[in-house]
Each structure stands twice: as structure tokens, then as C-alpha cells.
Design a protein around this ligand. Structure first.
Ligand code: SF4
Length: 493
């Protein structure tokens, strides 16, 4: 676009009467308003009459909406080369993630875990099992792949199993990266039950400024039922770990990640109150994932997306209620979506990218040296389908990028090219997530609109736009704050 309208482009006549620029639309609420968005994510809500005039190219400069539409690059007026160059810059800013290699690197030091959560996604192995730990040699090869990426800022995230059961590998990876690349910007993070956190481990995590996500499902009864342990004390042990982590690593660096099971579905206020009451400024409310073991247990623990939407609506409202009592807190996923809606920037979140983040933005290194295009691809492989296995830690990054897995992702990774998404007004804020659609519908190019991913996100976008455009002013201000001022450094996955 810039080449066509750059300095050397021929003079293009001024557009005296506003002409609509490429846009997508969706009716909001009861249909009285139409949301108009462009590829850069700029948006405007118009009433039906204004929208009809706008779409027909008959909006005149005396219309109250005219100047706003021009400013947001939804309407072209004046010198096209200036407007189009600005629009190209905004699209480039929103999609800046395509200009660099994978920034998020997920390592699985071990598949072993002492818990057997009802919804476990990762084919965990018993704590005493042999042969499910990453070897030091594999870890060092993974470090080579991580440092091959040209991303300006890297995030290395440790998951499991229970990653703290493989702390020696965590230590080896962190210290090797620090020694090999002292000048690179690297954030380390870990998702853990924290049951195995000790003073020494906490001191190490603090020394390397770890971001900690504690897996905690809400109040004690729900958490312990979701995460059975012989002593029925999973919640108590996690909260002890949280207390230690806060003391040593800092409260701002400890967030909660909550998997919503069928048991928790009817208790949104109880779950939010338990998490905020426990002092978490950022909570992440996740629906069950359709991967690996979780798929097999879905009949016992699963629910449909309408039920999750109803849960989420009440939970969000409860967090905003806490905000109004003066408590700083956010729901992390809403904050990510609001960043996409309200700012010129992308959050970095890999599941909400087009082109897809799988492989291009994230790599997952399994304990056995397998490299996957995403953690979900790893889970699919654990359940028997290696479609997203790119190769092994011994393969250089260019070889991994040329794998069949990446070719598969390329055929379904661009939302602008997908049925359902290509005409969706929410596309600039959403993502293509080909791995999810392969897992749930059997094909990376599957029609998005019937998918649970799409139903979840359509519901979230309607909810958030409804509040931003028509909600009470106080809620509008709070959500704007969530989207523009994160309570913790950006999580990329
Ligand atoms: S997944 Fe659904 S909400 Fe997201 S861009 Fe595609 S059609 Fe729109």
C-alpha cells in the first residue's frame, strides 16, 4: 500500500466527498447500532440511518459522524495518498509481530506431576515415573534454538507436568541463557501449583525476575475437587506457595490462572471473590481446552460455550464491582482483548494473531526433545496426533520453520483468508488459531463461525463493545484502564 502511495506515486486527485474505505461491520445489541471496523482495528458505532448513508457513500461533511469516520480511516476524504499511507502505518503497527521470529519459548522440564487434575491437558505422568524428564543435553539444544530467534524480546516459559519437579533443568536453561546472551531481553515465567516451591527455588526465581502464574481454581472446595490429592490439601499447599512467592519474588509478579470446570460454572462470584480476596491483582479465567486428556474427560467436566459465556459475564461484572470498591484487579484475557480494541498495538498474545502465532510466535519444547508449533500441538501429539510436531531440538530454526507442520499451519493461519473470519468485524482483535480448529473440527481451514473458539470470542467482543459503547461511564473508564494499563507485564501466551 505504501509503495503505491509513497513519495514517488503519481498525484492522485483529492476525494472531495467522503468515500468508504475497506471495512467490516456487525450489528450490536438489539441491532440499532452497527459497529464498523477497519484492518487497523479502528472502529466506530453508527446508528442504522447513518450507517446506510455511510455505506452508500453519501455521508456529507455536515454529518456529526463524518469527521470521526475520516479520522479513523473508515472514510476517505481529501488527499488519498496521505490517508492511505497513515492507514498502512497503523496496520503495520498492529501486525508488528510478523516482523520477528518466535518470541515465546515454552519448555517442559518434566511430564511428571503429583496431581491428577480432572481436566489435565498434558498427559501427566506419576511423580515416580522414569523417562519423562528433559535431559540436560536436550535442554542445552533447546537453548540453542531459543537464541536463534531474532525476536527483540524473548519469553521463556516453563510448564509441565509440574515444572518445579524439574527445577535442575530450569536452573540450567536460565543460567545458560544468561551466560550465552547477557545482553538479550529475556523474561522467564512459570506456571505451577507451587507445591514444590522452596526458599532456595524462590530466591533463584526472584534473582531472575520470574513471572509466576499459580494454578488456582478459586475457593478451597472447588480447587480441591478439581485437583484431588490424598490429603485433600491442594489449595492449602498452593496458597502456602503463593505466600512464599509473594514474599520473595514480589506480589506483583504472582498472578492466578484459573481453569473453569463444570463444578465452578455456577459460582463466578465465589471464584472471583476467592481470587481477589487472596490478593491477586490479575486473574485469568480459562475455559477447558479441547486437547489431550481434557478431551477424554470432557463428558465429566465439560460444558458448552453458552454456559461459559454466562459464567464469564457474571465474573467480569464481579471484578468490576471490586474495582468500584477501590481494589485494583483485572481479568487478564479481557485486558488482552481490550488492548487490541483500544490501542494501536497488539498484546503479543499468540493465540490471537493473524498470521497465526503457532510456530511463528511460539515454539514448545517437549521433555523428549520434540519441538512443536504450540503447546496445544504438543498436547495433541501426546494424544496421538503429531501433526504440529516441527522436528527436534537438534534441528536448526530454519529447518523447523520449513517443516510440514508449518506448511499445514500456513494453509489455515491467516484469518483474512478464512471462511467466517474474512468478513468478521472483530477480525482485527481476534486470531486464526489453526491448531485449535484442527483439534476441534479436523482441519486448519475449518469454518470458524460454528467453532467454540469463535463463539467464545464473538461473545466476548459483543460483551466488551457493549460495555465500552453503552455501559455505565464508570465501567467504560475501568475497562479502558484495563486495556491501556496492564497490572503485570504482558503475558504472551
Ligand atoms: S474467530 Fe470468529 S470472532 Fe474471531 S475473527 Fe473469526 S469469525 Fe470473527
Amino acid at each position: 500500500m505504501e509503495a503505491a502511495f509513497g513519495r514517488t506515486a503519481p498525484n492522485i486527485p483529492r476525494v472531495e466527498k467522503g468515500a468508504p474505505l475497506p471495512h467490516r461491520v456487525v450489528a450490536l445489541g438489539d441491532g440499532a447500532q452497527v459497529l464498523v471496523t477497519n484492518d487497523a482495528g479502528e472502529f466506530m458505532a453508527l446508528d442504522r440511518a447513518d450507517f446506510a448513508t455511510f455505506a452508500a457513500g453519501r455521508l456529507t461533511p455536515d454529518s456529526p459522524a463524518y469527521d470521526d469516520l475520516v479520522a479513523r480511516h473508515l472514510l476517505l476524504a481529501g488527499r488519498p495518498e496521505v490517508a492511505l499511507r497513515l492507514l498502512a502505518t497503523k496496520v503495520r503497527t498492529k501486525k508488528a509481530f510478523v516482523q520477528q521470529g518466535p518470541a515465546l519459548h515454552i519448555l517442559v522440564p518434566t511430564l511428571r506431576c503429583h496431581q491428577s487434575c480432572l481436566y489435565c491437558q498434558v498427559s501427566r505422568r506419576p511423580i515416580g515415573a522414569d523417562s519423562f524428564d528433559m535431559s540436560p543435553e536436550t535442554a542445552l539444544h533447546a537453548v540453542e534454538r531459543i537464541l536463534e530467534s531474532d525476536a527483540a524480546a524473548l519469553t521463556v516459559e516453563f510448564q509441565g507436568g509440574e515444572p518445579l519437579l524439574g527445577f535442575d533443568i530450569i536452573k540450567l536453561v536460565v543460567e545458560t541463557i544468561r551466560r550465552r546472551a547477557p545482553d538479550r531481553r529475556v523474561t522467564f515465567s512459570i506456571t505451577s501449583t507451587l507445591h514444590h516451591l522452596t526458599d532456595d527455588i524462590a530466591a533463584f526465581l526472584a534473582e531472575h525476575s520470574f513471572q509466576v502464574s499459580a494454578s488456582i481454581d478459586g475457593p478451597e472446595d472447588i480447587h480441591n475437587a478439581n485437583r484431588p490429592l490424598p490429603g485433600a490439601d491442594a489449595h492449602r499447599r498452593t496458597m502456602e506457595g503463593v505466600a512464599l512467592a509473594r514474599r520473595v519474588i514480589g506480589a506483583a509478579n504472582v498472578a492466578a490462572i484459573t481453569t473453569v470446570t463444570r463444578r465452578g460454572l455456577h459460582h463466578p462470584e465465589g471464584i472471583v471473590d476467592a481470587l481477589i480476596g487472596a490478593g491477586f491483582p490479575s486473574v485469568f479465567l480459562r475455559p477447558l481446552s479441547p486437547y489431550g486428556f481434557a478431551l477424554r474427560s470432557a463428558r465429566r467436566t465439560g460444558y458448552d460455550m453458552d454456559a461459559f459465556q454466562a459464567f464469564y459475564r457474571r465474573a467480569l461484572d464481579r471484578i468490576l464491582w471490586w474495582n468500584r470498591q477501590g481494589v485494583e484487579a483485572e481479568e487478564a484475557y479481557a485486558a488482552i482483548l481490550l488492548t487490541h480494541i483500544l490501542t494501536p498495538f497488539h498484546s503479543g498474545y499468540v493465540d490471537l494473531r493473524s498470521p497465526a502465532g503457532a510456530g511463528l510466535g511460539v515454539l514448545a519444547y517437549d521433555y523428549d526433545g520434540g519441538v512443536y508449533a504450540s503447546d496445544e500441538g504438543r498436547m495433541l501429539a501426546a494424544a496421538g496426533d503429531p501433526a504440529f510436531r516441527m522436528g527436534t531440538v537438534r534441528d536448526p530454526l530454519p529447518v523447523l520453520m520449513a517443516s510440514d507442520a508449518m506448511r499445514l499451519i500456513a494453509t489455515g493461519g491467516v484469518a483474512e483468508d478464512l471462511p467466517g473470519c474474512r468478513d468478521c468485524a472483530f477480525l482485527p482483535y481476534c486470531g486464526s488459531d489453526p491448531v485449535h480448529h484442527y483439534a476441534t473440527q479436523g482441519h486448519v481451514r475449518a469454518d470458524r463461525q460454528p467453532s467454540d473458539f469463535c463463539r467464545r470470542h464473538t461473545g466476548l467482543f459483543h460483551l466488551l463493545f457493549g460495555l465500552l459503547l453503552d455501559g455505565p461511564l464508570e465501567k467504560q473508564a475501568l475497562l479502558t484502564r484495563w486495556g491501556t494499563q496492564r497490572l503485570r507485564p504482558e503475558a504472551a501466551a
